[in-house]
Design a protein around this ligand. Sequence first.
Ligand SMILES: [Zn+2]
Length: 540
Amino acid sequence: MRQAWRSRRWPGGQRGGGLARVLAAGLAAASLALLVAVPAQGSAATPAGGLAMPGQHGSGQHGLHQDGRAQAPRTVVSLTFDDGDADQMAAARVLRHYRLPATFYIITGAVGTPGYVTRSDLRELAADGNEIGGHTVSHLRLTALTTAEARRQVCGSRSILARWGYQATSFAYPGGADSPRTEAIVRGCGYTSARGVVGLRAPGCPGCALTESIPPGHPLVLRTAGEVDSSWTLRDLERTVTAAERQGGWLPLVFHHVCGGSHCGGLAVRATMLDAFARWLVQRERHGTAVRTMGEVIGGQRAARPAPRVAPAVPHGIVNPSLESAAVSGAVSASLETTSASPANTPRCWMEAGYGANTAQWQRTRDSHSGHWAERLTITSYHSGDAKLLPQFDLGECSLPVQPGRSYTLGSWYQSTARTQYSVYYRTSTGRWVYWTSSPYLPASPGWAQARWATPPVPAGASGLSFGLSLFSTGSLTTDSYSFAVIPPDATRRMVDWILVAIAAAAGLIVAARAVRRRWRPANPVPAEGKRVSSSSSSR
Ligand SMILES: [Zn+2]
């Protein structure tokens, strides 16, 4: 625990040295029992005196100082940022200015995609002393997933972060959705803490508890003072902290987008307000309040074991191919981190996708090709982009496991007032989904028409596929009865065999032709040769 607290500015951020980890492990047991005083490291963000673990109930912990000179921070504030939105780099600049550390919970599959941080941003965050935490691979509500997929999401995120050099031990539930089952999964993957999005006193929850205790009673269900969004004022932030100071303990705060100028979404805070809050927060040191990352507060458990290897999804066909069952989607809206925000009437395992400037509306319809339901997409105004129904971007519960080099047949039935085409996406080894290719155009069809298309061989490195018929104009497109099948390897192999035979035959002919030419030269002294060539020639 001591080492973890000290390490808040170690070079490389998450990359605690082997010595640090050994020390942390060695000290963990003792410090858990003693809650010892820990010297601050003299940054501007921390008081010059020593620090002790603050207690939930102030006086109950004061007697635990190792020596008399240490002044304990009674209150610890953790600034946490969810999703790894690209605009959070503005928050990072504010934090760097005030030398405050924060925890950034990263969706690994989003890193490097438009609107999210890049690998280079992550290095910058870590170098500043911030903590890199996990927020799953695909940002799906864990409680809506099978246990196998939830493990792939949680363990996978930790493994990918480790591959990038970050030994993540702090986790945040997408949409704050957790259950005893997901807590067990998070623990099994080696995370030592997990944070929700509600539970402590905030403008939205006046009756909630003021703080978490340190150490927390339930480190895998850490509460927060709601989510700081555009409705919060600087005064709200300050009041939340001063209320926590009355009791002492741990106050994790959750931020999402950081905005400047006039364009501020609902789940955003202004960079100027964050700056004012940071300036104010630094001065709260006088009142025994310190700012620490989540991992620093959890402390000695940092020396967590690596995430266990989780088997990839086994190949399967389309899940819910006739769109018969609807469910609350596992997707967590990236702009509104709540469990109630996503559509409740989306076909299970499918997502309503699209990009660009257009107005897409979705409707389950009885006008089906098979079963009782189909899905109708209507675009009422169109400027750019497209919209389509796709198997959920995940690690294989809904999306389609594939093998590089194999080709697949995509199928579905459709009715459309406009032309359409298949749009195909694949998943990389870090869980990132990228556009791959599109089929030729398919014509508008007033009645049900079948759309079948064989993909090119899947690119190297791809492990999953998702596809759908897209609408890229105003109009209406109804789809149903999806299918997906690997093109039999036998057929592929037979094709390869024929190609090899053809190449061998061509090579043989060339060799033979050269031999003939050589032996037919006039300078050839052997008279008998002419006969052989002649016979060879006549045999053709
Ligand atoms: Zn999130």
